[in-house]
Design a protein around this ligand. Structure first.
Ligand SMILES: [Zn+2]
Length: 261
């Protein structure tokens, strides 16, 4: 990591509740300020995630989304306002984040993440948080993060259920990737989208906030990582469950035969 920046009086006041935490302190806060995080999707998960990361003082926040704000987004994508309808989500998000914390450098990527541009975009960041709404993007982000040795915090939500895990499969044994747990993406017909099946608005808040927490923990190197575990939240039952997940030797992304196709 680059040399740690000195903090100004204003920064010390802004981040006082972090700095007083033994697990963060001045050095930890300086690490957050020096960190570069890419958030994939400025939607339901991205909304709380981006706002908490900006408030935490993450120095560089990348936002990738090719969509515009739609009326039907506002039920859960609380970073956007009614007056933002029709505006690019990255621009709407940038305005909201600048209001929360003008010290954060927001980098807008108003495009869809694709195999052709993903490595170049992702390479500029330390940690990636995926809140995208489709399997193709989720698997692409997993594969590129594995190849570039980037820590990935990935979450998904549908109806009243959410799940989240952290992936750093390049660290070897005990660290599965997303494809170890879900070897192949289900067909788009097999699993309905949020548009078809619905999603509880506040569920996005719960899972997006959990993602922000795990991103901050990975940057600080504190607590227990979610790598190797999958956290499941059932909002109707009001239960959290954490299950262990294993690395698969025949995983198409991080397994022994990966890349031999
Ligand atoms: Zn794998």
């Amino acid at each position: 990591m680059a040399s740690l920046p000195d903090m100004t009086e204003m920064q010390i006041r802004r981040y006082a509740r972090h700095i007083v935490l033994a697990e963060v302190g001045g050095m930890g806060q300086a690490r957050l300020i020096a960190a570069k995080v890419l958030v994939v999707g400025a939607g339901g998960l991205g909304a709380p995630l981006l706002q908490y990361l900006a408030a935490a003082g993450i120095g560089t926040l990348g936002v990738i989304d090719d969509d515009k704000v739609d009326l039907s987004n506002l039920q859960r994508q609380v970073i956007h306002r009614t007056t933002d309808i029709g505006t690019a989500k990255v621009e709407s998000a940038r305005r909201a984040l600048s209001d929360i914390n003008p010290e954060v450098r927001v980098v807008m990527h108003p495009r869809r993440l694709e195999p052709g541009n993903a490595p170049q975009i992702i390479n500029g960041y330390d940690v990636v948080a995926d809140g995208s709404d489709n399997f193709a993007t989720r698997y692409l982000v997993n594969e590129v993060c594995y190849r570039l040795h980037k820590t990935l915090v990935s979450a998904a939500i549908l109806r009243f259920d959410g799940q989240i895990s952290t992936y750093k499969a390049w660290q070897g044994a005990g660290h599965p990737c997303l494809a170890c747990i879900f070897p192949s993406a289900p067909s788009e017909d097999a699993v309905p989208s949020c548009a078809q099946a619905g999603v509880l608005g506040s569920l996005a808040g719960t899972l997006g906030a959990l993602q922000a927490t795990e991103v901050v923990k990975e940057i600080l190197g504190v607590g227990r990582s979610l790598s190797g575990r999958l956290l499941l939240y059932d909002a109707l039952a009001a239960t959290f469950e954490t299950i262990s997940v294993d690395k698969q030797p025949d995983c198409p992304v991080c397994g022994n035969r990966a890349g031999q196709a």
